[in-house]
Design a protein around this ligand. Structure first.
Ligand SMILES: *[C@@H]1O[C@H](CO)[C@@H](O)[C@H](O)[C@H]1NC(C)=O
Ligand SMILES: *[C@@H]1O[C@H](CO)[C@@H](O)[C@H](O)[C@H]1NC(C)=O
Length: 302
């Protein structure tokens, strides 16, 4: 009998030995539970076997900095205080999980009256956090044939967000060849970094783009932004026309100025000095001549 017990002690994993031995044995329903932020979650710690009447129960939170007490001396302590309770026998119930609760937790039970007087189990808790609205960057206008990069980033979500891009409300597939709508598009899409990269933009790529950040807890989108694609030739023509118009304007203004200056100063003076006297002289002479002639003639006639 004693030999059997000892054998059982040495091979504690064999289940039918648990109850025939004075040993504390723990078990959990779920060693990697998860919940969404602000929800309730149980870290189950069940006692399969124990002989001690009042075992000591402790919970520790294990982070990179090392373990810290969560439940000790029959009290919840640390940042879980007021947010967690113990449910018999040793389950820790967090009533309002926060993102900082994501960690490993260790349930430790000490039973001095048992032969095997200590057991522990580790539970890996994940608190999922919904993504917030991602920051999206879409170039306003890109010339045909040039590259373009659209980026999307969201940093609150846990686990880390994955990204989807949409053009005119249509999801952009990872592979352009997978969809008739994007068949001739030249892009690469990285769902992990949120980058949508066109190697050579086509006119057909112009449109309204938005991005969705998504994880197990939920999703969030940025508002759609327009990306224009312009023909570089048309741009050249427009620029050329604008240059011509500006040059013509300059010439016109220049001629106007020159003409005005010339008319008001140089030309008027020259006219006064030269034309008026000569004209006057001419007219006078002609008139006198004419009148004289006429008078002479008329007098002759009369
Ligand atoms: C959970 O905690 C958050 C902030 O820590 C609070 O805003 C929220 O009201 C709490 N929810 C419940 C059900 O207590
Ligand atoms: C893709 O380009 C080819 C050749 O330029 C054309 O024949 C085809 O219609 C285009 N497909 C789409 C979906 O636009």
């Amino acid at each position: 009998m004693a030999i059997t017990r000892l054998a059982c002690l040495l091979t504690l994993l064999s289940t039918h030995c648990y109850f025939s031995v004075l040993a504390v044995v723990l078990r959990t329903d779920n060693d990697s539970p998860w919940t969404n932020e602000f929800d309730k979650i149980e870290l189950s710690c069940l006692i399969d076997s124990i002989s001690t009447l009042n075992p000591r129960i402790e919970w520790k939170k294990i982070k990179n900095e090392g373990p810290s007490y969560v439940y000790f001396d029959k009290k919840v302590s640390g940042d879980l205080e007021n947010r967690a309770v113990i449910r018999e026998p040793a389950t820790l119930v967090i009533t309002n999980a926060t993102r900082s609760d994501t960690a490993k937790y260790r349930c430790e039970v000490t039973a001095p009256e048992d032969l095997k007087s200590f057991d522990e189990i580790v539970i890996d808790l994940t608190v999922r956090v919904k993504p917030v609205m991602p920051k999206c960057s879409v170039p306003k206008s890109v010339p045909v044939g040039k590259s373009a990069e659209l980026s999307c980033l969201e940093e609150e979500g846990f686990p880390k967000s994955q990204y989807q891009w949409f053009k005119s409300k249509e999801e952009i597939p990872d592979d352009p060849k997978a969809s008739h709508m994007f068949f001739n598009s030249s892009y690469t899409l990285d769902a992990t970094t949120g980058t949508l990269k066109f190697t050579a933009v086509r006119k057909e790529d112009a449109g309204e783009y938005f991005c969705r950040a998504k994880n197990d807890a939920g999703s969030a989108e940025c508002p759609a932004q327009q990306m224009e694609v312009y023909d570089i030739d048309i741009m050249g023509i427009i620029l050329g026309v604008m240059v011509v118009v500006v040059v013509l304007l300059c010439i016109t203004v220049g001629i106007c100025c020159a003409y005005k200056k010339g008319y008001f100063s140089g030309q008027k003076q020259a006219g006064n000095n030269y034309k008026v006297p000569s004209k006057g002289d001419g007219v006078d002479y002609v008139r006198t001549d004419d009148e004289g002639d006429f008078r002479h003639k008329s007098s002759f006639v009369i």
